[in-house]
Design a protein around this ligand. Structure first.
Ligand code: AP5
Ligand code: MG
Ligand code: ZN
Length: 216
């Protein structure tokens, strides 16, 4: 199954992606996670991405497209994948169409998580992540069982550098300008499943699996 999950910063893409890949057994490809992993290892890619991420801006299309193209052509993606945070611009969406065509494959569903702007800011600013495994928490809505330690791996829980309020506001602005138009693009292709993201995490997940199940 080939899926895309999209939505504004803090909508819950990563949270739902973790559950989707477990249920459907496909690799989770998050471009944001790829950049953060690279930064952790101080690679040139990580350092370049950081320049943009810290300002709340998008990493240039050619950089992101090359990475995703390379990733989805790997063996473990041959039966499917879940793209999280890609595509984010019209050129990225076109590039994805081209790669899929080369692979003689097509997307099954594009899940759009819909959340109001004021809720997004609260979610992103209150988010905490595991430094070790990347598991996502929220100080109020989804705290770890033991304060400061990851439920999955006991790793240290930290705040993302781009989750400061000013940066989150900028990320939302960039989303509205460059990424939101893709909703119509996928609606026109008949691939869009619009999901209400302002519900309990489990209820959002139920709606997602139902929307996938209806047509696959
Ligand atoms: P990326 O890492 O993709 O960040 P993002 O799109 O801004 O989205 P987030 O990860 O912030 O939010 P999310 O939707 O995953 O929400 P989450 O599940 O964590 O990208 C970061 C940066 O990398 C970009 O700004 C850009 O610079 C660069 N980049 C990445 N991809 C790129 C691309 N394709 N092109 C160019 N540049 C790119 O949830 C948020 C919080 O809410 C958590 O605390 C969670 O616990 C909580 N929560 C989740 N669901 C619920 C719920 N239902 N109820 C209550 N709380 C909830
Ligand atoms: Mg995410
Ligand atoms: Zn962890």
């Amino acid at each position: 199954m080939r899926l895309v999950i999209m939505g504004p910063p803090g909508a819950g893409k990563g949270t739902q992606a973790a559950k989707i890949v477990e249920k459907y057994n496909v690799p989770h490809i998050s471009t944001g996670d790829i950049f953060r992993q690279n930064l952790k290892k101080n690679t040139p890619l990580g350092l370049k991405a950081k320049e943009y991420m810290d300002k709340g801006l998008l990493v240039p299309d050619e950089v992101v497209v090359a990475i995703v193209k390379d990733r989805i052509m790997q063996e473990d993606c041959k039966d499917g994948f879940l793209l999280d945070g890609f595509p984010r611009t019209a050129p990225q969406a076109n590039a994805l169409d081209e790669v899929l065509e080369e692979m003689d494959a097509r997307l099954d569903k594009v899940i759009n998580i819909d959340v109001a702007k004021d809720v997004l800011i609260e979610r992103a600013v209150g988010r905490r992540v595991c430094k070790n495994c990347g598991a996502t928490y929220h100080v109020k809505y989804n705290p770890p069982g033991r304060e400061g330690a990851c439920d999955v791996c006991s790793g240290e829980i930290i705040q993302r550098d781009d989750d400061k309020k000013e940066t989150v506001v900028k990320r939302i602005e960039v989303y509205l300008e460059q990424t939101q138009p893709l909703i119509q693009y996928y609606k026109d292709k008949g691939l869009l499943a619009n999901i209400n993201g302002q519900q309990e995490i489990e209820k959002v997940f139920d709606d997602i699996t139902q929307s996938i199940g209806r047509e696959i």
